[in-house]
Design a protein around this ligand. Structure first.
Ligand SMILES: [Zn+2]
Length: 248
């Protein structure tokens, strides 16, 4: 039987003083996908390796699946791609919906990455495909990579954002990404064996709404992207803990 492993590398929101930003490592055997990539990704991976006993670093991942371009989800891409190029000499794959993908280079990464100096200090113009392979995720067809099948679905958020369902064999995990409360999205996520859902203030999903969901759905739901003030002990839905292994 297939076993999917999820390690939350961060569980907090953009303002957290307690946790790293929300980010997941999803794996089966030696194959790992990184779901979002906040800074400082290598420190997050090192610390989760110590607590989980599963040694992970940038080189463990052949692909990153990006939910959206807010910095608390995407600020580690520059470091991840520079480390991949200069240290690992490899080119990872970046998977995202085309609405995020078309802005990731010109509006997010190019300012810090589109010029490299050689040892004679001569500038060289760099293109996105010299660092990573960009692959657009479709809303109608799963994308297959390393045995994983990834599906995406738009969420209700400030900038183009997608939730994911990730299948491997007979197992499936789903991640809401950042979203307002959206019952249709929750139905889409609920097919999975494990549903990881965000909760926060403002335009995010209120905890109270999730707490009203049927008990059988809450039982396979875990919370992420919670504010520092969130009461982990009284929550009727189990909050994910940073650096802990979850097996599905
Ligand atoms: Zn966001």
């Amino acid at each position: 039987m297939t076993q999917l492993t999820v390690i939350p590398l961060g569980v907090g929101d953009a303002f957290s003083a307690l946790y790293y930003s929300s980010c997941l490592a999803v794996g089966a055997g030696d194959d790992w996908l990184l779901i979002d990539c906040p800074h400082p990704i290598r420190k997050m991976l090192k610390e989760s390796s110590e607590t989980s006993g599963v040694k992970l670093d940038v080189g463990s991942f052949s692909a990153i699946a990006l939910t959206h371009l807010h910095a608390d989800h995407a600020s580690g891409l520059e470091g991840f791609f520079y480390f991949s190029r200069f240290v690992l000499k490899r080119q990872p794959t970046l998977l995202a919906h085309r609405d995020a993908l078309e802005r990731v280079w010109p509006d997010h990464l190019a300012a810090g990455m589109d010029c490299l100096m050689d040892l004679e200090h001569q500038p060289k113009k760099m293109a996105a495909n010299e660092y990573f392979e960009a692959v657009a995720l479709s809303e109608t067809q799963p994308h297959e990579i390393d045995g994983f099948a990834i599906e995406c679905r738009k969420t209700i958020h400030h900038v183009p954002t997608t939730a994911f369902r990730i299948r491997l064999g007979d197992k499936c995990i789903a991640y809401s990404a950042d979203t307002a409360f959206d019952m249709e999205l929750i139905h889409w996520l609920a097919e999975a064996d494990l549903v990881i859902h965000e909760t926060n203030y403002g335009v995010h999903t209120p905890y109270e709404k999730l707490a009203e969901l049927p008990p059988e759905l809450r039982a396979k739901m875990r919370l992420i992207h919670y504010p520092d003030s969130f009461n982990l002990e009284t929550s009727v839905i189990e909050p994910l803990r940073q650096g802990v292994i979850y097996e599905v």
